[in-house]
Design a protein around this ligand. Structure first.
Ligand SMILES: Cc1cc2nc3c(=O)[nH]c(=O)nc-3n(C[C@H](O)[C@H](O)[C@H](O)COP(=O)(O)OP(=O)(O)OC[C@H]3O[C@@H](n4cnc5c(N)ncnc54)[C@H](O)[C@@H]3O)c2cc1C
Length: 303
């Protein structure tokens, strides 16, 4: 029986593990993919105190090493379900089952899909959600980015140094991202714009993306664009569906929690991007992890 099981080893989960182990609790950390979560996808982090300009994977490794010095049980297993019992919680993963007195959820968010018919089949075959992961596969090719917020614009900037041409498709006529970023992109000669348009269809040849169909949001007119890749950058969304019967979620599916990470279920805490909050950043995820672990420790000590 674990005292605290942490689900997700992004910055929130790893910080929670450091706090929980320093309080000498028996801690299990379960991670479904790779430690670090979203920060692994970030080329350069400029706003995390004491580490200006650090690369995401480097920060992830530093926090992982710091966490592992305190010896939590760390397992690469995806959590598939949780149920409440008299002693606490039963956690089912793709490999095993665990019992824990408390749980800290730190599952972050996933990329929002465009909702197109053959999107899933073409993912990894021309459709991507991560410019820094897959951009180099499309060196000197013509590609497109769908989205107009900061993540999309960072991707455009990154991809414009690799691809021969980047077409930005955005449903509005104005970008939502920072002005400085927009100005920087405007200096790039190989970036083209399709504004007031959305991607409405994906076409493939030999199982790979070959072109996309763009639809004008006002008049519905369509045009086809030949591209080797489409980077979908239309935001992120939580996947808290496996917790929905245990804990209250907001209308967008984020876990409702107070400042200390306490949720509607006793012994069940939430930290980082998976919880309802306004600022989803590394620094806030880390502080959420500390707060949620402290609440779990206080809960255990009060029993
Ligand atoms: C491209 C990009 C650039 C960014 N740049 C910055 C920046 O410069 N500065 C900044 O402050 N913030 C930045 N952010 C935001 C920041 O990275 C996030 O707010 C922060 O990393 C969130 O951390 P987290 O631990 O809450 O979640 P995540 O990093 O999303 O981690 C959640 C972890 O949980 C795991 N998980 C999910 N479900 C399960 C399950 N069922 N079982 C087991 N494991 C599971 C996931 O695999 C993942 O590893 C950026 C984000 C992106 C995508």
């Amino acid at each position: 029986m674990y005292d605290i099981t942490i689900i997700g080893a992004g910055i929130a989960g790893m910080t929670a593990a450091i706090y929980a182990r320093r309080a000498n609790k028996k801690v299990l950390v379960l991670e479904g993919k790779t430690y670090g979560g979203q920060i692994v996808e970030t080329e350069k982090i400029e706003n995390y105190p004491a580490a200006p300009g650090i690369a995401g994977p480097e920060l992830a490794k530093k926090v992982y090493d710091q966490m592992m010095k305190f010896n939590p049980d760390f397992k690469y297993e995806k959590v598939l379900g949780i149920s409440k019992n008299d002693d606490g919680f039963k956690i089912t993963t793709d490999e095993s089952e665990y019992s824990s007195k408390t749980v800290v959820i730190a599952t972050g968010t996933n990329y929002k899909k465009a909702g197109l018919e053959n999107e899933a089949e073409l993912t990894g075959r021309g459709v991507s959600y991560c410019a820094t992961c897959d951009g180099s596969l499309y060196r000197d090719k013509e590609i497109a980015v769908f989205g107009g917020g900061n993540s999309a614009l960072y991707s455009v900037l990154y991809l414009s140094d690799l691809a021969s041409k980047v077409t930005v498709i955005h449903r509005r006529n104005e970008f939502r991202g920072d002005d400085a970023l927009v100005k920087k992109i405007k200096t790039k000669e190989n970036v083209d714009y399709k504004l007031g348009k959305v991607v409405s269809e994906l076409k493939s040849e030999d199982g790979k993306l070959s072109s996309i169909v763009l639809k004008n949001v006002k008049n519905g007119e369509t045009e086809e664009l030949k591209v080797a890749a489409l980077f979908v950058e239309i935001g992120r969304e939580p996947d808290n569906s496996i917790f929905k019967d245990l804990v209250e979620l907001d209308e967008k599916g984020y876990i409702k929690a107070d400042e200390d990470g306490k949720t509607s279920a006793s012994g069940f805490f939430a930290a980082g991007d998976c919880r309802a909050k306004t600022l989803r950043q590394i620094v806030t995820a880390s502080s959420d992890g500390a707060a949620a672990a402290s609440s779990a420790i206080e809960y255990l000590n009060s029993k």
